[in-house]
Design a protein around this ligand. Structure first.
Ligand code: FHN
Length: 438
């Protein structure tokens, strides 16, 4: 392992593995789109004229809607404005490299032509598969197609309330009916086989793994079965029961799955394992008409930089409307992210953690280069960094490589001056090419 005194801190840099692993495309991608879409887009956070608190895809549970009443949303779900190529183009233009879509959320409704009849083809006037055209559009546009799948299933008979009657609102969605677990696991595995073999998903993004009837041993067995189906498949750590809450990581000994899944949060420091932070743009995963609390595009771009600087991926969520269109506020923010990524994406894609973050911004690295992302400039626009002693370096602005930067190289510190005109109010990227750095 080579040790470089980089920016004043001895950082042990692991040389890149000679053989790209199964995870390599995923590590290099750094940025993906999460899509939460299903019957919950019909009520969109409101039921019987009343706003329902919380994330909109939980409306069945939060409003205590009985199974038979919830099924009444299916005949109303008719996304005639759905355009798979447009969705994929918006993701691609934003700089996203993969899409993870909810094939089945906790409500049990499938967006694909599954072996059950509680799906988009058999239960809605739309009557067509949604995942097939999306996976084909991803293939056409070079975006990697991935699927979310909920282990917990509020519609399947195995997870009925104790009295067996889903018609009663006082149901508990996390209990398994005695003797029904193997029936449900077989049902789930048939769905998963379809997603892996027929829809060729590249990542299985599990969720809803917390009910007490699902164990880490169950998850490990499912993981092994899935990798037998497709040895190149990637599976998150929610396949097991090891995730520790929203921090998303698991204790070493219970880590079934390939990557950690912090939710709505970013780890405080660099993490030298595979992980992905999933986040919403407003307060809900599913579309919620009343939630206009949108994060700014500046915040979203800095989240992406912060996450990449710590060695993680950013899975940023969209909640499409029931008609199949993306909310305008989401599209606007993705457009701004794409503008920044077209100029600075080199400092995000294929990078690794620099394992520390200065007060003025964040640092990413890849073979032979460091990328300083400056969020906060001193008033005199002079950036002081610890001297990069005895290494051949070239320092340039990623956005304006021909712009001459003035660098005063002291023994202890170097001072980099940039012209005001080149400062990006969100993040200015300075590239430092360090000969021989792994
Ligand atoms: O309960 C779900 C929630 O609806 C949403 O899908 C998030 C996204 O990661 N996962 C679960 C909460 O951890």
């Amino acid at each position: 392992l080579a040790v470089f005194a980089v920016l004043g801190k001895p950082v042990t840099l692991s040389a890149q593995s000679a053989e790209p692993s199964r995870m390599q495309w995923w590590r290099d991608a750094r940025f993906g789109m999460f899509i939460h879409w299903g019957l919950y887009a019909v009520p969109a956070g409101k039921y019987k004229g009343q706003e329902v608190a919380g994330i909109s895809e939980w409306i069945m549970q939060r409003a205590k809607i009985t199974r038979s009443d919830y099924e009444k949303f299916a005949p109303q779900f008719n996304p005639n404005s759905f355009d798979a190529d447009q969705w994929v183009r918006i993701a691609k233009d934003a700089g996203m490299k993969y899409i993870v879509i909810t094939s089945k959320h906790h409500d049990g409704f499938c967006l694909f032509d599954s072996q059950t009849d509680y799906d988009i083809v058999d239960a809605t006037p739309y009557g067509k598969d949604l995942l097939k055209p999306l996976s084909e559009a991803c293939q056409r546009q070079g975006i990697t197609f991935c699927t979310y799948y909920s282990i917990m299933d509020w519609h399947h008979r195995s997870q009925l309330p104790k009295n067996g009657d889903m018609a009663k609102p006082e149901w508990n969605p996390t209990k398994m009916v005695e003797g029904e677990k193997s029936v449900y696991v077989d049902y789930m595995k048939e769905h998963l086989r379809e997603l892996v073999v027929d829809y060729k998903t590249n990542v299985l993004w599990f969720d809803g793994e917390w009910p007490d009837w699902w164990t880490n041993a169950d998850g490990q067995a499912l993981y092994d079965w899935l990798l037998d189906l497709n040895p190149k498949l990637i599976v998150n750590n929610r396949v097991g029961a090891g995730r520790k809450g929203m921090s998303g990581f698991s204790d070493e000994n219970s880590f079934a799955g390939d990557f950690g899944t912090p939710e709505q949060e970013i780890p405080a420091t660099g993490v030298d394992s595979d992980w992905e932070s999933c986040m919403t743009m407003n307060g809900s995963w599913g579309f919620k008409a009343s939630d206009t609390n949108w994060k700014s595009s500046e915040t979203l771009i800095r989240n992406l930089i912060d996450i990449a600087s710590k060695g993680g991926n950013y899975l940023l969520n969209i909640g499409p409307k029931a008609d199949g269109t993306f909310p305008a506020a989401s599209v606007e923010r993705l457009g701004a992210m794409g503008d920044w990524m077209r100029v600075n994406g080199e400092s995000i894609y294929g990078t690794k953690s620099a394992l520390f973050g200065p007060s003025w911004g964040r640092v990413t690295r890849k073979q032979g280069a460091l990328y300083l992302h400056v969020f906060y400039w001193p008033s005199d626009r002079k950036l002081t960094i610890p001297a990069l002693a005895n290494q051949t370096v070239n320092i340039s602005l990623l956005a304006a490589p021909t712009e001459t930067l003035r660098v005063e190289k002291g023994d202890a510190d170097w001072v980099i001056r940039v012209p005001t005109t080149t400062i990006d109010k969100v993040a200015t990227v300075i590239k430092i090419e360090v000969e021989g750095m792994p």
